[in-house]
Design a binder for this molecule. Sequence first.
Ligand code: COA
Length: 245
Amino acid sequence: MSHPTLRAEEHDDRVVVTLSRPEARNAINAAMVRELHEVCAGLEERPRLLLLTGDGGTFAAGADIGELRDRGREQALQGINSRLFDRIARLPMPTVAAVDGYALGGGAELAYACDIRLASPAAVFGNPEPGLGILAAAGACWRLRELVGASVAKQVLLAGKRLDAEEALRLGLVAEIAPHGELLERAHALLDRMARSGPLALRLTKLVADAPGGHPITDDLAQAILFESADKRARMDAFLAGGRS
Ligand code: COA
C-alpha cells in the first residue's frame, strides 16, 4: 500500500504502520486520518495484528495544528480523530503502539487507543490541548483515566503533566521500555508471542475484554464459539501429546 503520510508493511500475521511526516513531527492531518482509515478497512477485512509506530524519533506530535486552527463546530461534531481512534480501538486483533519520542495530544490519544504500548527511553506522553484553547476530545478524557486512574489523568489533562517512559512504565501505561534502538525488535517479539495464540481466541478475548458490561454472558458465548473450534482441539491435543509451544 502506498500512502503519502505513512508506510504500511503487510505481513501474513501483522501489518506494521509507520507514521511518516517527520517534517511536522508526524502530526496527524486529514490525509493521515484518511490513510489510517484505509489501514483499518484492510484489517477489518482480513484481521491481523497491528504494530503502529512513528518515523524520525517521534510517535506523533498531535493533530495538525495548522488544520485544527481552521476547524469549527461542524468538524468537531464530525469527530474526525475520535472516530478514527475508536475504529482503531475496535480492530479485531490486538494492536501495539511502539512509542519513541513524543506522543502528544492526538498522538497520545492514538497510543491510548491501542491495546498495548511499548516505549523507548525517549518516550513522552502528554495532552497539552488546553494550552491551545481546546480539550483532548479523542479519548484522553476517558481512556487515559481507564489506563492510569483519575488522579494521574487529571494531572496530565489539567496540569500539563508529561509522562516520561519511566513514569509511564510505573503507571502501567506502557508494558516495557525497550533499550535504545531495540524498540521495534521488542515490539515484534511481543507480536510474535501473540501470533502464537489462536487467532480466533485472541480476537474473541479482545472483544469480550472490551465489552461494556454483559459479563459473564458475553464470556460464555465467546467461549462456546471457541470450544467448538478445530484450532482449540488441535492446540489442546498438542499440549496433551507433550508438544509445548
Ligand atoms: N501540528 C502541526 N505542525 C507541528 C505539530 C503539530 N501538532 N507539531 C510539530 N509541528 C511542526 C512544527 O510547526 C515545526 O514545523 P516548521 O519546521 O515548519 O517550523 C516542525 O513540526 C518541527 O517542530 P519543532 O517544534 O521545531 O520540533 P521540536 O523537536 O523542537 O519539538 C514538539 C517537538 C513535539 C515538542 C513540538 O513540535 C510541539 O510541542 N508540538 C505541538 C504539540 C502539541 O501541542 N500537540 C497537541 C496538538 S492538539
